[in-house]
Design a protein around this ligand. Structure first.
Ligand code: CMP
Length: 139
């Protein structure tokens, strides 16, 4: 059964372009509750660890350097069917393919600078949320 939590990061491009507030508004308007949130910056080592699942991919180096290039907002979100609903809200990984009105359609520029991350499974939502937050920081 699907759990009711997912994990997101507002990526360095969206933070630098001043979209934190608009993106959080879209997330809340879609019915998600924020249960943990942090404004921080990943070191290259932390970004490599977070995205270790992609380490054999050709884009891994660019991904790590982009994700450690500036501050991000990390958050755990709660809603029924959270993982699937959030992926619908953010749209396709490549903003060129993201449906009209989705967060990536509105705020992303490229497949690397794609504004937000969303967990792709319940299992990864738990792993990724726990990467940033202790049990005492999840409400
Ligand atoms: P994200 O959901 O954060 O997960 C991995 C990231 O790698 C993805 O978003 C993209 O920003 C980035 N990426 C770059 N190139 C690719 C690619 N060809 N396929 C998938 N993800 C890619």
């Amino acid at each position: 059964m699907a759990t009711n939590r997912t994990f997101t990061m507002i990526k360095p491009d969206a933070v630098a372009n001043g979209h934190i507030g608009a993106i959080l508004n879209d997330i809340i308007a879609d019915g998600f509750k924020i249960v943990a949130m942090k404004y921080t910056q990943l070191s290259p080592e932390m970004a490599s660890k977070f995205y270790a699942v992609h380490k054999e991919r050709g884009f891994f180096g660019d991904l790590v350097s982009f994700m450690s290039s500036g501050p991000i907002v990390a958050a755990i979100l709660e809603k029924d069917n959270a993982v699937e609903d959030f992926r619908k809200l953010i749209g396709a990984t490549n903003p060129a393919d993201a449906a009209e009105g989705t967060i990536r359609n509105k705020y992303a520029k490229s497949i690397d600078a794609n504004a937000v991350h969303g967990s792709d499974s319940d299992e990864n939502a738990e792993i990724e949320g726990s990467f940033y937050f202790t049990a005492f920081e999840k409400f």
